[in-house]
Design a protein around this ligand. Structure first.
Ligand code: ZN
Ligand code: ZN
Length: 451
């Protein structure tokens, strides 16, 4: 399409349909990039006005007036003034055929100012503007495009998001971000309203658990299912605190978020402690008002308030992507445990030697442990055991260091769970464990460490 064809097309369209600057300019969005649609529409109308004026001067009065009236009906002021000066009848201003006045500079500006005011409540580094457009507007635009075989236009929502987006960039100094914006503004042109979607902040770190009988997440009373009963002292809970609350509650306060979700890279038994470098976790903070928090200070605050119970370290900003990796990689993460086990009978030196030798780089076949059968389906797992180190603390008490693939149930590796875990240590040395105390001393996230 050359420029003469464009002008002729505009003349044809406007003689049949009254279009605002945005809706006329938008049909040629891909020609002459960098000029906003409303400006382009106004330029096209200016050219048509010049054409009408010039043919009027050389005597094509009727043709000129027809075009002048079309332009005046769209609200193009020079045409209105021309008709006024020449004492011709001025047509009523009509609503734009496509958008029915939705695209209106003043209205969009008013909306932008409101959005800006709302955004002031939030800390954010980037944003994105989206828009919902009434279907009938789209339908009218589509019909015009097919009638004139127009292929150079763009979607009407681009006009809205561009106008509001540019305003917000200028006023806030923040950038537009397409893939992972902190805040998404969705403008609804059906109702002239908007909605702010404040995306969560993700932080990651590791926790060490220093006490037993502290679950990772809140654990409701198994007797009353949270309603409160004598058994749980009317708290509705099996344990008064949890790791996720010790970390999450303070973080919610600091980020001024509405709520949080705790994601651990697997979990330990409630009576196991976690030492060494600790267990990785990601904390998702929903609808935060703050985003640029000093995580070192947050870490100190958590550790101060949870002193003696847990310790967090290495807090860093994370992302939904990293959360996905954390979740998907937990089956292949390896874990190292320390177990203090008291046996029924004396443990001999040759027992220790045989454990060291047998339990090295083997696959353990493990049916779902009896103690979790109520919550999990019964199935056979095959997990890799890397090594078992042994040290005798007294005749009957042995300290084990066990490194295994994530997901291996270590208690059952030791006591055998009535033969449901094979091979197992109890059977190998023909001795029954009476008491097992577990501590996780290292959690290795394979995918994480390999990048
Ligand atoms: Zn319009
Ligand atoms: Zn209860």
């Amino acid at each position: 399409m050359n420029i003469y064809e464009i002008i002729e097309l505009c003349m044809k369209i406007l003689s049949k349909y009254c279009l605002c600057d945005y809706c006329l300019g938008r049909q040629f969005a891909s020609i002459g990039a960098g000029i906003p649609n409303d400006e382009k529409g106004r330029i096209l109308k200016t050219i048509l006005y010049m054409h009408a004026h010039s043919i009027f001067k050389i005597g094509y009065i009727e043709e000129a007036l027809k075009l002048m009236k079309c332009l005046a009906a769209t609200g193009f002021q020079p045409a209105v003034q021309f008709l006024e000066m020449q004492k011709y009848e001025i047509p009523q201003k009509e609503l734009c055929y496509i958008c029915r006045g939705i695209l209106n500079r003043d209205k969009l500006r008013e909306l932008s100012v409101k959005i800006l005011k709302d955004l002031e409540e939030y800390e954010f580094n980037n944003f994105l503007v989206g828009a919902r457009v009434p279907t009938d507007v789209r339908e009218r635009e589509d019909s015009i495009r097919s009638e004139y075989m127009l292929t150079t236009g763009e979607d009407i929502k681009e006009d809205v998001t561009r106008v509001i987006g540019r305003f917000l960039v200028k006023e806030t100094g923040k950038k537009v971000e397409y893939s992972t914006p902190d805040i998404v503004v969705i403008v609804d042109l059906n109702t002239d309203s908007y909605e702010l979607i404040v995306n969560p902040v993700f932080i990651k770190g590791r926790y060490r658990k220093l006490v037993r009988d502290l679950p990772q997440t809140p654990w409701i009373c198994r007797n009353c299912w949270g309603r409160g009963c004598q058994k749980c002292n009317f708290t509705g809970r099996e344990y008064p605190e949890s790791i996720s609350e010790l970390i999450g509650n303070i973080s919610v306060e600091v980020f001024e978020a509405l709520s949080y979700k705790f994601h651990g890279a697997g979990r330990e038994d409630v009576d196991a402690i976690v030492l060494g470098t600790g267990r990785p976790f990601v904390l998702e903070l929903k609808h935060p008002r703050k985003r640029n928090v000093d995580l070192k200070k947050l870490e100190e605050k958590i550790n101060l308030e949870a002193a003696g119970k847990i310790e967090v370290s290495g807090l860093e900003y994370s992302s939904r992507r990293e959360l996905r990796i954390l979740k998907s990689s937990s089956p292949i993460a390896s874990k190292t445990y320390e177990a203090i086990v008291e046996f029924e009978r004396d443990v001999k030196e040759e027992d220790l030697a045989s454990i060291r030798e047998k339990f090295r780089d083997i696959i353990i076949d493990q049916w779902t442990p009896t103690r979790v059968l109520k919550r999990r389906s019964d199935k056979l797992r095959k997990k890799k055991l890397y090594y078992v180190e042994v040290e005798r603390l007294s005749e009957k008490i042995v300290k084990f260091k066990i490194k295994a693939q994530g997901g291996l149930y270590v208690k059952e590796l030791i006591d055998g769970d009535n033969g449901r875990t094979k091979p197992n240590i109890a059977e190998a040395i023909n001795n029954k464990p009476l008491k097992i105390q577990l501590a996780v001393i290292e959690v290795e996230n394979v995918k994480e460490s390999s990048g």
